[in-house]
Design a protein around this ligand. Structure first.
Ligand SMILES: [Zn+2]
Length: 399
């Protein structure tokens, strides 16, 4: 914080304006302003410390859940700090050096400009890390079949996957009555919200422990599950996480609030109390595993994971999963909020739904959405991932 107050133009100006003493920066923590996503875009270059050569930075980009591009810098120490945090949590998920890893993942984040590459190119890196990439952007029925054959031969110890991608894979395997004999250790799920129905389905098909994880392109790993699977331990060597009341910015415990992130492994371009756009519940109660870090009991999804209702209510989009659970004919689905009072439910079907199945889906939606929201079931041939490559179960067209 002292370094930020003295060396980072955005923060040194803020300190000057408020008459704060940079030598005692930590004293002002309770009053330290939140950095919004919009501020990160507008002030991106002012968030780089004065003593850092821009050529030593990497400019990263992320589509985010809105499909709008965000750009941000990563400094010289970021990669190592992130790798340390990830290795720590991989180890807790059963990883050991030499294990085979299958990544069911999108392409790595686009690096917009690098003067000097900071790490070996992806193919070399994969070889060194003993991992293979299966592109989760491309998951047609044929491709899923091909992945199953390849994975059966490769026999990974660990699968690291977008939550939605491994869920799709599980649905595919189950509906084709295929029993995977991989992975041998565990599944690490990340990048998207892993809801309880998704976890049940993945568990049923693969029968191996699932370790949920929470991270983002801007700040890397923020939380990870341990063997107890009761919430996400804070990745405290890499990021400090707070959950605050959205109005007062006071920390709140055991109830939902906005997630703020402070990067600890990023002295070149620190983000302090960055409002990442997610909500969660933080608890101080100790985990049964004995690790005494704070835990996020729940990350209830991104801003976009909610359906808004005319009465001002917000319904988490994952409820859609429960409507389709156990209906094998539903290959893929997406809930699209067209207007405040209009929802489209897009379905990709393997065969026509029976009257009972359709009635069950309708009753779940009717019950959750209430009487003020009209919804329509639309049968489609395919549902493409968002520009970011993520598979969104919920798309909002509201502004
Ligand atoms: Zn634990």
């Amino acid at each position: 914080m002292r370094r930020a107050a003295q060396m980072v133009p955005y923060y040194s100006r803020l300190f000057a304006e408020r008459g704060w003493d940079p030598q005692q920066a930590e004293k002002y923590w309770p009053k330290w302003p939140v950095l919004s996503q919009q501020m990160l875009q507008e002030r991106r270059d002012e968030l780089v410390a004065k003593d850092v050569e821009k050529s030593n930075l990497r400019l990263g980009a992320s589509g985010g859940s809105t499909g709008h591009n965000k750009t941000f810098y990563h400094g010289r120490e970021y990669g190592q700090s992130k790798a340390a945090a990830v290795t720590h949590s991989d180890t807790i998920a059963g990883w050991k050096p030499g294990h085979r890893i299958a990544l069911l993942w999108g392409a790595p984040p686009r690096v917009l400009s690098t003067v000097r590459p900071l790490s070996p190119p992806p193919p070399l890196r994969s070889l060194r890390k003993n991992q293979r990439l299966y592109n989760s952007y491309d998951m047609s029925e044929a491709r899923k079949g091909e992945y199953h054959l390849k994975l059966s031969r490769y026999r990974p110890d660990i699968i690291i996957a977008y939550a939605g991608a491994v869920f799709e894979m599980a649905r595919f395997l189950k509906s084709n009555r295929l029993c995977p004999d991989y992975p041998s250790k565990s599944i690490i799920s990340s990048a998207e919200t892993l809801s309880e129905p998704m976890r049940l389905q993945i568990d049923e098909v693969f029968g191996k422990p699932i370790f949920n994880r929470y991270g983002s392109w801007e700040v890397g790993l923020m939380g990870f599950e341990c063997e107890a699977h009761t919430g996400l331990h804070m990745a405290f060597t890499h990021n400090l996480i707070e959950v605050v009341n959205p109005g007062s910015l006071e920390p709140i415990w055991d109830q939902q609030g906005d997630i703020l992130v402070t990067t600890l492994g990023e002295p070149d371009c620190p983000l302090i109390r960055y409002q990442i756009g997610d909500v969660g519940i933080m608890t101080r109660r100790l985990c049964s595993c004995g690790r005494n870090s704070l835990r996020l009991r729940e990350v209830s999804g991104r801003e976009m994971d909610f359906i808004s209702t005319p009465g001002g209510g917000r319904i988490h989009g994952a409820f859609g999963l429960s409507a389709f659970y156990g209906i094998e004919k539903v290959r893929q689905f997406q809930v699209v909020q067209r207007k405040l009072d209009r929802i489209d439910v897009r379905l990709v079907l393997a065969a026509a739904l029976s009257k009972d199945e359709e009635a069950r889906i309708r009753s779940v939606f009717r019950e959750r959405l209430g009487p003020d929201v009209a919804f329509q079931i639309r049968i489609v041939d395919r549902i493409d991932p968002l520009p970011s490559g993520k598979r969104a179960f919920l798309v909002s067209e509201l502004q």
